[in-house]
Every structure is written in structure tokens, then in C-alpha cells.
Design a binder for this molecule. Structure first.
Ligand code: ADP
Length: 220
């Protein structure tokens, strides 16, 4: 293996999405091989990733020369140029990369990659648009739909819960949600339990079925 044996990822396409992903991986201690056809982008990231190379990822030979075939995880972050994305994914699949992630711009592009057999297809604009809709609509400070139908919502502790043990609020029965954790002032997040008593100004993490978690987030 060219760069670190275990914890390394190749990121192909170093536009806004790919470069942000690559730098975040680096910050978390993962080695990153970055690849882009654009020399300016390669220069801009030089020294900030483990290795950055200018290459055309649609060419199998180019990827072999960079030992991309030895990576366990490859991310294809080419959104706009659909044919470059498809060709790159096809080459990676024929190189038997065990886990391929690819970002797409729209459903049509996503469907083709799914049909090809790309393991994880991500839809950043679509997902972020949905997420922001939940933030715009309600009082949620953050929102993650863990899976279809189940969500985790960060909200200011609603008044109805203040000053009593969570175990005495009947929250699970009446609202169908659970308070998983809370944060007070500048303290770290703490797991909540039946004995937790929330104060005004606390922030809480609510988990539950999406509609119930959302209507709970509207409470004051
Ligand atoms: P973003 O929206 O994240 O900026 P783009 O689709 O605009 O995504 O950027 C994709 C990046 O992928 C660009 O920097 C582009 O130069 C790069 N790219 C496109 N085709 C290839 C290719 N065949 N080989 C390597 N990199 C490519």
C-alpha cells in the first residue's frame, strides 16, 4: 500500500465537497490521497493532504499508477460532470474497490450509480435541503433523520419539562419521544436519565419517530 495501511481514503474530485471532506478526514487523523484534473485545485491542497495528485480518474491506468486499486475506501466527489463520475465509478468497480462512496447532483445521476453497484450514493443538496426545511419550520437547533421515520432533534428544553424528574413527566407515553441527553450552560453534554431535572435554558436531544419528535420540538 502506498500510503498508510489501514486508515486511508482516496478522494477523487477536490471541488467544494471533495476538498471539505478530504480536509475533515485529515483533521480526524485519516490519510488522504486527493486526485483532481484541475492543477489549481491540486496546488491549493498541496501539503494539506497526505498526497495530492493531478490525474484524470476516468483512466484506469492513471488510477493504477497512483495505487488507487489498493485502497479499501474511495470517495468520488464529481457532481457536475456526470459522465466523468460514471466512468470513474465504473473503473473503480472493475478495480474491485471494496467500498465506494459517490456524491451526485440529482436523482438521475444517483440512480445510474446505484444501478452500477456503487455502495453508497450521497445526495448533499437534497439531504441538506430537507434538513434545513426542518430547521426553518420549527424550533429545532439541529435535526438528523437517522433513518426513514426516526429522528434526533436538538431543541431548547420546553417549559413543560422543567423542574421535575424526567421519569415523572410521562414523556414517552404522552409524546412518544425520549430525551437522550442535555447540555447546561458551558458544561459538556450529559446523558439524561429518569432522575434528570431540566432547567430553563438547557438544550436537549430528543429522539423518536420523526412526526412525534417534530411535534415535540414545537412545544414551548
Ligand atoms: P463541487 O460541487 O463539490 O464543487 P464539482 O462537481 O463542481 O463539485 O467538482 C468536481 C471536481 O472533480 C472538480 O474539481 C473537477 O475538476 C474534478 N473532476 C472532474 N472530472 C474529473 C476527472 N475525470 N478526474 C479527476 N477529477 C475530475
Amino acid at each position: 500500500r502506498r500510503i498508510a495501511e489501514a486508515d486511508s481514503v482516496a478522494v477523487i474530485g477536490l471541488g467544494r465537497f471533495g476538498s471539505s471532506l478530504a480536509l475533515e478526514l485529515m483533521a480526524g487523523g485519516t490519510d488522504v490521497l486527493g486526485i483532481d484534473v484541475d492543477e489549481d485545485l491540486v496546488q491549493a491542497l498541496n501539503g494539506r493532504l497526505t498526497q495530492v495528485v493531478r490525474a484524470d480518474s476516468t483512466k484506469e491506468e492513471a488510477l493504477r499508477q497512483l495505487a488507487v486499486d489498493e485502497f479499501d475506501r474511495v470517495v468520488v466527489a464529481i457532481g457536475d460532470d456526470i459522465s466523468a463520475s460514471i466512468l470513474t465509478c465504473s473503473v473503480l468497480l472493475s478495480l474491485n474497490i471494496p467500498i465506494i462512496w459517490a456524491k451526485v447532483g440529482d436523482d438521475r445521476h444517483g440512480l445510474i450509480l446505484e444501478q452500477l453497484g456503487v455502495h453508497h450514493v450521497i445526495y448533499p443538496e437534497k439531504d441538506m435541503g430537507r434538513k434545513v426545511a426542518h430547521l426553518v419550520r420549527g424550533a429545532a437547533l439541529d435535526y438528523i433523520e437517522v433513518d426513514q421515520g426516526y429522528a434526533l432533534v436538538k431543541i431548547a428544553a420546553p417549559t413543560v419539562l422543567l423542574g421535575q424528574r424526567l421519569g415523572d413527566t410521562g414523556l414517552r407515553k404522552t409524546h412518544g419521544v425520549t430525551i437522550a441527553a442535555f447540555k447546561r450552560d458551558d458544561q459538556a453534554w450529559q446523558n439524561a436519565d429518569a432522575d434528570t431535572v431540566l432547567h430553563a435554558g438547557d438544550t436537549v436531544l430528543v429522539v423518536g419517530p420523526t412526526p412525534r419528535a417534530e411535534s415535540f420540538a414545537q412545544l414551548r
